[in-house]
Ligand binder design. Structure first.
Ligand SMILES: NC(=O)C1=CN([C@@H]2O[C@H](COP(=O)(O)OP(=O)(O)OC[C@H]3O[C@@H](n4cnc5c(N)ncnc54)[C@H](OP(=O)(O)O)[C@@H]3O)[C@@H](O)[C@H]2O)[C@@H](O)CC1
Ligand SMILES: Nc1ncnc2c1ncn2[C@@H]1O[C@H](COP(=O)(O)OP(=O)(O)O)[C@@H](O)[C@H]1O
Ligand SMILES: [K+]
Length: 500
């Protein structure tokens, strides 16, 4: 197998924080591109988006006191030049505007009005240029009232950079936030755009090139990407004439005394995604049932952790999945510790996460090899109580990865995959239809199957999250259940050929 089976960073999928965007801006200016040229392009792009997405109608620009407001002044000028009926309100005073925003305001020859609710009479289209990357605290007062009114009246909004109130880095809502129909952002998207709140409020997201020079990304060394096949599709195995099943890896899954369906779903996913063999380790009481199920699964008896440890004496068992239906038991805990001690490629899901709730440090201290933990928020709380229940999912997953030494896949509509070295991927290629029992078992099996094929934990978890979402999308009609997902994997894998 290829030596470096890790994710390939892709410029076009890079997400930039507000600070990184500001650094890019600084790089452009240092390279001889004046800041006002960037603002001119940004504001023009906003005007273009308004005109391309909406028929001509009265438009009101709500401008804030910083450069986001500056973009609004430029957009207003272009819309008026194109013959639109434009009104502009500024929160703050013209005299207080600085730098490029002051320049942009000086190019606007129309009236600058103070905010009043009457501006929204007649249901105009609204351009939200109040706050962008500079949002620094909770929105209240007059601006809060204006945002509430825009939302209450369900006015059509085109937001500049981010819907005001949405934090570009964390996806947090600071007080309240605009609900936009379209959001126009510049150069690269921000993590906040793809957070749950961002997905709710940005509407259609347009990412516009404002001619920041190519070299800018290299100076930033970005660490965050939006999940898509170009990051990892080159790592998926192509058939080789000399292939044999062991060359494709052997995934071993520990089943429990109940809910053996979970291990079966994971095994199916692991085999469909290309693992050469999948063994299910089962209690004697479930052996017959499992043997009578899918004929391609290998079934072995595993009564306790010691038997599991002996099973791993076979070096070819290169990947291990523990958790789906395995039970919150000493057997599960012992098997997980044995797999970690044996330096196998390990995926710990569900019960194998919960079983360490009373002593997370025992788990973290045992992780020394390629490991993925796949918690949903409830399981995450059990291992990382101090990081739970807060915004900034990306930051939380990153801290959890650094603390545990494992790659963390934190589930949800905006699944975050964070590696211990600080890299992270955000996956929004998903569907609410995945919120069905057993779908997490399929995901765990996919990761295990890809780890068996020697993808790094970070690459395996990223590829699996995307494929999981792709299966749900391919199903394409109501009624999806977890059993449908593995059957759609061949089609999902085939759809990747267009990325090669
Ligand atoms: N970087 C680039 O490449 C490019 C960037 N461009 C544009 O610049 C935008 C970033 O501009 P920016 O940095 O001036 O910040 P912005 O969002 O206008 O707000 C800052 C102001 O708001 C204030 N303020 C904050 N929160 C507040 C609150 N809750 N309630 C009240 N006030 C609050 C804050 O006050 P302070 O915190 O300083 O007291 C400050 O006065 C970016 O989003 C994009 O649109 C484009 O032109 C293209 C090139
Ligand atoms: N609203 C949603 N949108 C997109 N994906 C979702 C949504 N809800 C759940 N999922 C995905 O479905 C899977 C559910 O996993 P999990 O909660 O572990 O279920 P189970 O343990 O029943 O198999 C995760 O991959 C999660 O990211
Ligand atoms: K905005």
């Amino acid at each position: 197998m290829a030596e470096n089976r890790d994710l390939l960073p892709r410029d076009e999928l890079t997400l930039l924080t507000c600070a990184e965007m500001s650094k890019s801006d600084g790089f452009a200016i240092a390279s001889g591109v004046p800041g006002r040229d960037l603002m001119e392009r940004a504001g023009r792009a906003v005007a273009m988006a308004v005109m391309q997405r909406h028929g001509r109608r009265p438009v009101v620009l709500l401008c804030g006191p910083g450069n986001n407001g500056g973009d609004g002044f430029v957009a207003a000028r272009h819309l008026r030049t194109a013959g639109w009926s434009v009104r502009l309100a500024l929160f703050g005073s013209l005299e207080a505007l600085k730098g490029d925003a002051a320049w942009a305001a000086s190019t606007w020859t129309g009236a600058v009005e103070p905010w009043s609710a009457g501006l929204l009479d007649g249901a105009p289209l609204v351009v939200d240029a109040i706050f962008g990357a500079g949002l620094s605290r909770k929105i209240d007062g007059e601006i809060g009232t204006a945002i509430d009114l825009v939302n209450e009246r369900k006015l059509t909004v085109v937001a500049v950079d981010v819907p005001s109130g949405l934090h570009g880095d964390t996806g947090e809502i600071l007080g309240r936030a605009v609900e936009a129909e379209t959001t126009v952002t510049f150069h690269r998207a921000k993590p906040g755009h793809y957070s749950v709140e961002g997905l709710r409020r940005c509407g259609y997201l347009r990412i516009v090139d404002i001619c920041i020079p190519d070299g800018a990304l290299a100076t930033i060394d970005p660490k965050t990407w939006l999940n898509a096949p170009p990051l990892w599709t080159h790592l998926l195995r192509r058939g080789d004439i000399a292939d044999h099943k062991y060359a494709r890896g052997h995934l071993t899954i520990l089943a429990g005394s109940h809910a053996t369906g979970a291990a079966r779903l994971a095994a199916l996913a692991g085999r469909r995604v290309g693992a050469g063999l999948v063994t299910i380790g089962a209690f004697p009481s479930t052996l017959t049932a499992l043997q009578a199920a899918e004929p391609g699964n290998l079934i072995v008896e595993i009564d306790d952790a010691a038997m599991f440890e002996r099973l791993l004496g076979d070096e070819r068992r290169n990947a291990v999945l523990i958790g789906p239906g395995s039970g919150v038991t000493d057997r599960t805990r012992g098997a997980a510790l044995a797999a970690l001690a044996a330096r196998r490629r390990v995926v710990l899901d569900a019960d194998a996460i919960t079983v360490f709730a009373s002593d997370p440090d025992l788990l973290f201290g045992s992780i020394d090899g390629p490991t993925v933990l796949t918690p949903h928020e409830g399981e995450f709380r059990r291992l990382f109580p101090d990081l739970a229940g807060k915004a900034d999912k990306l930051g939380r997953a990153r801290r959890a990865a650094a603390r545990s030494g494992a790659t963390i896949l934190l589930k949800g509509p905006d699944t975050v995959i964070a590696a211990p070295d600080g890299r992270a991927v955000v996956n929004i290629h998903a569907s609410p239809a995945l919120a069905t029992a057993g779908s997490g078992d399929v995901l765990a099996g996919l990761i295990g199957g890809l780890m068996a094929q020697e993808l790094t934990p970070f690459a395996a978890a990223s590829a699996a999250a995307w494929l999981h979402g792709e299966c749900a999308r391919l199903f394409g009609r109501p009624g999806l259940i977890a059993e449908d997902l593995p059957a759609l994997l061949p089609q999902a894998l085939q759809s990747l050929s267009s990325f090669n």
